[in-house]
Ligand binder design. Structure first.
Ligand SMILES: O=P(O)(O)OC[C@H]1O[C@](O)(CO)[C@@H](O)[C@@H]1O
Length: 256
């Protein structure tokens, strides 16, 4: 794993956008794995800026999102479908027919999960996946203790995840308790992964992710086994790391 420690959220977003731009320039028909939440919003803003400046086009790209709440219609203000429309898809030229987000209201969620994974494979697999990280170490909505072999599936959200995401809903009781999420195995099959983390509340999860211990109790720790991960972490999220000790395990670059 290559670790880039940056000053703040803005620098994290810029660096991540540069990696996405490089990916698209090298392979215009890339299959991108996209995420929601507060973390990647700055990345999308930067990509939209690059698009508006004419530097990149998503015309030939395909996008698969990580997850969606079960029970929320597309148009629900907190659905991840809506998040992607508002923060990215309507602002770039990625064709609608190649924007994929699992449906949280499919009649047969098991079939939806199976077909979602199959669709990723049929498009050649994900070239570049962006991930945030939950305070409990989740990636996508793969909560602690879920097996690493899971493909796209339905997950029961942790109390902590429900609490964390309650900020987006009028009341905590309105936060869905289930989600459909790419599984760890689906994520690990991506050719390259960028993990983003910003803010001191992510410090503990980042420390555990890099500790050397690989366990489903801290789902992001599995990324230590992936051959091409770049973790872009701001100083606040990196504040609990013993950088000197980690230099034996990872390639680490510090802010200039
Ligand atoms: O970026 P946030 O809002 O801190 O959320 C952390 C993670 O949890 C999720 O909301 C659940 O998938 C991710 O989208 C995100 O990466």
């Amino acid at each position: 794993m290559n670790i880039i420690i940056v000053k703040d959220y803005e620098e994290m977003s810029r660096k991540a956008a540069h990696l996405f731009v490089a990916q698209i320039l090298n392979k215009p028909n890339s299959v991108l794995g996209l995420a929601t939440g507060s973390t990647p919003m700055g990345l999308y803003k930067e990509l939209i800026r690059f698009f508006n400046e004419g530097m990149i086009s998503f015309q030939s790209a395909t996008a698969f999102n990580l997850d969606e709440y079960v029970g929320l219609e597309k148009e629900h203000p907190q659905s991840y479908w809506r998040f992607m429309q508002e923060n990215f898809f309507t602002k770039v030229d990625l064709p609608v027919e190649r924007q994929f987000i699992p449906s949280g209201v499919a009649e047969d969620i098991a079939a939806e999960s199976y077909n979602y994974d199959k669709n990723i494979t049929s498009k050649g697999g994900i070239d570049l996946q962006v991930l945030g990280i939950g305070r409990n170490g989740h990636i996508g909505f793969n909560e602690p203790d879920l097996k690493f072999e899971a493909r796209t599936h339905v997950v029961k959200l942790d109390e902590q995840t429900i609490e964390d995401n309650a900020r987006f809903f009028d009341d905590i009781s309105m936060v869905p308790t289930l989600a459909i999420s790419m599984g760890v195995k689906t994520i690990m099959q991506s050719r390259s992964i960028i993990l983003l983390a910003s803010g001191k509340e992510k410090g503990e999860a980042i420390k555990k992710m890099l500790s050397g211990n690989i366990t489903p109790e801290l789902p992001a720790s599995v990324l230590q086994l992936h051959p091409s991960v770049t973790a872009i972490i701001d100083l606040a999220a990196a504040s609990m790391l013993d950088i000197e000790a980690l230099k034996d395990l990872y390639q680490i670059s510090m802010p200039s």
